[in-house]
Design a binder for this molecule. Structure first.
Ligand code: DC
Length: 225
């Protein structure tokens, strides 16, 4: 089904592991929209910094490397097969590795990283027709989004789901890692994770994926043009 409003932007923000990716892809598919995973872009920059041997805990070094290197990140926006490359290299698998996951939150707190990706994100969103997931989409990247969702779930539910996705990792340490990322993502000075003005809070703890998708499709159906 394609959506009647070609300029529609659906912003899906929320904590780590709250189901943003499956939900956003499902909504995009249902509505015939494109899909952008902005977390993958932060992961791609982090992958590049690690490959370049930059100390990712040193924000000055990260800022200098990004300013000097300007890595070229490209995101494919098909919800059935999203892609991401860095200077032409497919990094879609490597960006999900533990080393990138452990470093991505501190890297995302560096203003130069955010500035580089903000321009790219706005370029991809362009005229709309897209579901965009992240932490600051409704608040900073696209405050005019017609639909803004803040997706959350209890930490126990998030850790259990993420651990299953990762093939059965230890639930307690998975939960610790999610909460640590939330702490950094919510506490940073630039564009922290927050519930945007006008966002609808959807708590997915006791909902199935299909129910969350249905809720957002319903919000899109009644969105302003
Ligand atoms: O959604 P994810 O877990 O793949 O995101 C990885 C990290 O990227 C997350 O811990 C914080 C950062 N991020 C961000 O700061 N802003 C966004 N819009 C998306 C992700």
């Amino acid at each position: 089904m394609s959506h009647a409003n070609p300029s529609l932007v659906v912003a899906v923000d929320g904590t780590s592991g709250s189901g943003k990716s499956s939900t956003s892809r499902g909504v995009a598919e249902r509505l015939g929209l494109r899909y952008l995973d902005t977390g993958a872009m932060f992961r791609a920059i982090t992958w590049w910094l690690l490959r370049e041997g930059v100390d990712v805990r040193d924000s000055d070094a990260v800022a200098a490397a990004v300013d000097a290197g300007r890595p070229g990140i490209e995101s494919g926006t098909d919800p059935l097969g999203p892609t991401i490359t860095v200077d032409g290299t497919d990094v879609s698998v490597d960006i999900r590795g533990e080393d990138v996951t452990a470093a991505v939150s501190p890297v995302s707190a560096v203003p130069q990283v955010r500035a580089l990706l903000l321009d790219l994100q706005r370029e991809v969103i362009g005229g709309g027709g897209i579901v965009v997931e992240g932490r600051d989409i409704g608040s900073v990247v696209w405050p005019d989004a017609q639909v803004k969702v803040y997706l959350s779930a209890d930490p126990d539910a998030r850790a259990a789901r993420r651990s299953a996705e990762l093939g059965g990792t230890d639930v307690a340490s998975t939960q610790q890692s999610l909460l640590e990322r939330d702490r950094i993502d919510s506490g940073r000075a630039t564009a922290p994770l927050t519930m945007a003005d006008g966002a609808v809070h959807v708590d997915s703890t006791h909902l199935t994926l299909a129910e969350v998708i249905e809720t957002i499709v319903g919000l899109a159906a009644s969105a302003r043009p």
